[in-house]
Write a protein that binds this ligand. Structure first.
Ligand SMILES: NC(=O)c1ccc[n+]([C@@H]2O[C@H](COP(=O)([O-])OP(=O)(O)OC[C@H]3O[C@@H](n4cnc5c(N)ncnc54)[C@H](O)[C@@H]3O)[C@@H](O)[C@H]2O)c1
Length: 83
C-alpha cells in the first residue's frame, strides 16, 4: 500500500530534504508551509513529480486548508502557492 504523509515546514531546510527522501522512497505526500522562513526554490524541483502536492497554510491554524491544495492541474505554481 502506498502510504500518504504530511510534511510541514516543507520549504525549509529540513522539510525540503524530507520531501526529497519521501519522493525517493515512493511515498505520496502533501507538503505544507506558510513561507515564513522557507523558500520556494527549495521545492521547485519537485513540481513535476506526480506524487507531489502542496498547501500554503499555517500549521497552527485549525481550519480546513483543502481549498488551498495545489495539484498538478494548476499550471502556474509560483503564483498559486503564494496566495
Ligand atoms: N546548509 C546547511 O547546513 C543549513 C542550511 C540552512 C539551515 N541549516 C540549519 O537548519 C536548521 C533550520 O532548519 P529548519 O528546517 O528547522 O528551519 P527552516 O526555517 O529552514 O524551516 C522551517 C520551515 O517551517 C516553515 N514554518 C514555520 N512556521 C510555520 C507554520 N506555523 N506553518 C507552516 N509552516 C511553517 C517555514 O516557512 C520554513 O519553511 C538550523 O539549525 C540551521 O542552522 C543548515
Amino acid at each position: 500500500m502506498n502510504k500518504r504523509v504530511l510534511i510541514t515546514g516543507a520549504t525549509g531546510f529540513l522539510g525540503s530534504h524530507l520531501c526529497d527522501r519521501f519522493i525517493k522512497e515512493g511515498f505520496s505526500f502533501i507538503a505544507m508551509d506558510n513561507f515564513i522562513t522557507g523558500s520556494e526554490e527549495n521545492i521547485s524541483h519537485l513540481y513535476q513529480n506526480e506524487t507531489f502536492s502542496f498547501i500554503n497554510h499555517d500549521v497552527t491554524e485549525f481550519s480546513s486548508p483543502k481549498e488551498k491544495l495545489y495539484k498538478k492541474e494548476h499550471k502556474d505554481f509560483s503564483n498559486y502557492i503564494k496566495k
